[in-house]
Design a protein around this ligand. Structure first.
Ligand code: SF4
Length: 439
């Protein structure tokens, strides 16, 4: 065996997917995987750069690793992911105990770079705008659920976003490869497939768009659910909405970042849609897909955001009534055009707006979930709930978490649950005993 690696992942699903990719690559070259850092010879930190806070957290972690390496000088410490791509060799100056730096387009070289280290710090953050890792099999932590990246990179130019500068332009995998991968996953027992892309509904390969991907994968035999993230409102075409409305494996949940309810701020963010256009997309989705759940992302405190702009965001959130929302305060990122704008919203005001918006959304989520009390929902059982004690958890097709009593042998099956309580993001219910289950 070439050595034992341990991967620690920070950031979005794409980074989590990439960690599975790296694990698959290393395993294919005779490396073993440890799930406890103490048992590893190689520690890889797959790090995020989307906000300054994310990077500071990783520098803190690298500090802890230094103490660990002081007691184990042969340990190889590597930094991967978007943070590695952004900072490159600068990392060696700030954390001299780091041996290896690898960018998101250079993971194929990981085994070779580790082999050739010989005590010489090595960095490869070469961009490869064609790389999609389409013939690499990720080493997934579980068989029940899987992320499948159908594309990498992003062609958009949102003024606040660092992703295009660290992940490069958009490139899509051939649909035949994606279909082959999903078929294999379902044959091997996968029950929940999430299609990944920074802007997943901008997928295009050989003239096939995202609607075509959904329709093709909806024909895959087997009992599984299909989800996708992250969509961009400007690319949510009629064809895609109609494909989702066909149901089947495709779940009735769409994550559709709004970012701001003010058209003036959306323009400064270069989101390429107006508040009104966003509302029209949501209306079209809800008309075509009954019972669909919609979640979103919102940034508060963007440069120039007045009280009036913020109120426009609040009233949009209140009128659309999202099922859930990820809310962030604006964080200036290097090499993004938004840094040329005057970051004039005081941090205290950003914090106040964020706190207020979180409470507005929490009330809405709670109300929407309370409307499900008394209803029967289909839940894919994922495992023990956090509290355990005979309680299991699973998710609905609309991506809601449900907790209920049950036996662990139900994991991987879809069962009917009657909801009897809801609080915040969580639903509680009782299993409906039937002769049939989706297993
Ligand atoms: S769509 Fe915009 S926010 Fe999303 S990854 Fe691309 S540039 Fe960033």
């Amino acid at each position: 065996m070439n050595g034992i690696f341990y991967i620690e992942t920070y950031g979005c699903q794409m980074n989590k997917y990439d960690s599975e990719l790296m694990a698959g690559l290393l395993a294919s070259k005779g490396y073993g995987q440890a799930f406890d850092m103490e048992k590893a010879d190689i520690v890889l930190i797959n790090a995020c750069t989307v906000r300054d806070h994310a990077e500071q957290r990783v520098f803190g972690r690298l500090g802890e690793l230094k103490r660990f390496k002081d007691n184990n000088p042969n340990l190889i410490v590597g930094l991967c992911g978007c943070m590695a791509q952004r900072l490159g060799t600068e990392i060696f100056h700030r954390a001299p105990h780091v041996d290896l730096i690898v960018g998101p387009d250079m993971y194929r070289r990981l085994p070779e770079l580790i082999q050739r280290l010989n005590g010489r710090p090595t960095c490869d953050v070469t961009p490869n705008t064609r790389e999609t890792y389409t013939n690499i099999t990720p080493e997934r932590g579980t068989r029940l659920k899987a992320w499948v990246a159908i594309m990498r990179g992003c062609d958009n130019d949102c003024s606040y976003c660092i992703v295009p500068s660290v992940r490069g332009p958009a490139r899509s995998r051939p649909l035949s490869d994606i279909s082959h991968e999903v078929n294999r996953l379902v044959r091997e027992g996968c029950r929940d497939v999430t299609l990944l892309g920074q802007n997943v509904n901008a997928y295009r390969h050989d003239g096939i768009g995202f609607g075509g991907v959904l329709r093709r994968l909806n024909m895959v035999d087997g009992n599984f659910r299909m989800r996708f993230t992250t969509s961009h409102p400007k690319d949510m075409s009629r064809e895609i909405i109609d494909a989702i409305a066909e149901g089947g494996h495709i779940c009735e949940h769409i994550h559709l970042p709004l970012q701001s309810g003010s058209t003036r701020i959306l323009k400064a963010m270069r989101r390429h849609y107006t508040a009104e256009e966003y509302v029209n997309v949501v209306r079209a989705i809800r008309e075509a897909i009954p019972g669909v759940s919609i979640s979103t992302d919102v940034i508060v405190g963007f440069p120039g955001e007045t009280e009036r702009d913020y109120e426009a965001t609040v009233s949009m959130v209140e009128s659309i009534k999202f099922d859930s929302a990820f809310t962030f305060r604006y964080s200036p990122r290097p090499n993004t055009d938004a840094t040329r704008l005057d970051d004039n919203v005081p941090e205290a005001e950003k914090g106040a707006r964020l706190e207020h918006l979180i409470s507005v959304q929490r009330t809405i989520t709670d109300q929407k979930n309370k409307e499900l009390v008394g209803q029967e929902v289909e839940v894919l059982v994922e495992g023990e709930s956090r509290k355990g004690g005979g309680q299991l958890m699973g998710r609905t097709r609309t991506d809601k978490t449900v907790v209920f009593e049950g036996d662990l042998k139900l994991v991987g099956t879809c069962i009917p649950i009657r909801i009897d309580r809801a609080k915040g993001w969580t639903l509680w219910g009782k299993r409906i005993e039937t002769t049939t289950s989706f297993s």
